[in-house]
Write a protein that binds this ligand. Sequence first.
Ligand code: NAP
Length: 253
Amino acid sequence: MQTQEFQQQSILITGGTSGIGLASAQAFLQKGAKCVYITGRDKQKLDQAQSLLGSKAVAIQADVAQLGEIDIVKRCIEQRGDQLDVVFANAGIAENNVIGTTSEQQFDAMFDTNVKGVFFTVQSVLPLIRQGGNIILNASVAANKGMTNLSVYSASKAAVRSFARTWCSDLKERKIRVNTISPGVTSTPILQTGLQMTETHIAELTNYLSAVVPAARMAQAEEIAAAVVFLASPSASFVNGVELSVDGGFAQV
Ligand SMILES: NC(=O)c1ccc[n+]([C@@H]2O[C@H](COP(=O)([O-])OP(=O)(O)OC[C@H]3O[C@@H](n4cnc5c(N)ncnc54)[C@H](OP(=O)(O)O)[C@@H]3O)[C@@H](O)[C@H]2O)c1
């Protein structure tokens, strides 16, 4: 439904070209956002997202794992004379790793994107965030569950959840709220591109989730986006430092 809850607001979503980030960009625009900045590494995906989202979206090619590229995002927003009301630090990668054969390269790739990328994105754009703004970090149900062959990814997401605890205190003078979202398994391209799942694997995962998740299914990206929008909204004005699990109950039972 079209509302004007985020009228005059500018939103930055890292990894806004696909999955949860793209669904969140659409949700903020549907709720009247003035401008949604989306980032990603792949130019083709950026172009596709830009044409889907329309003229209120600004697509910026930048890798969150590269500090110099994070700075490009900041400069782009500054050059437009804009400030930020909401930052959704969403960009992340997921790969399986087997303890015993995990390479340093695998470890660094996940921590560089999921932890360093979140930290330096927020640090870089902090001067542009308005008093009373909102930061939302994307962690994962994996931060709270011991899922086989996901130790590096899960640890990276536990670090993300931790940032929200400290930053909500660090930023209290500026009345910036910092919250974490922890999605359960969500139907996005990361399942194929990151976790290398085939259709058979996804069918097996779907069966497994129907047995162990109270909601008995995986999430759609739009369901996670709705929770992100809630955390950024005045309805969540006293919600600060939390981890909001949007996992159909997976980590709660
Ligand atoms: N899907 C799930 O089951 C699930 C569950 C819990 C948490 N999450 C988290 O949700 C977030 C979004 O994932 P998704 O499921 O929506 O996956 P997705 O569809 O693969 O989207 C990932 C987005 O992040 C971007 N990205 C990846 N690495 C990046 C980098 N180094 N710099 C900038 N952008 C980067 C991707 O674009 P490029 O590849 O073009 O850079 C893409 O826009 C991730 O942090 C993920 O860990 C997902």
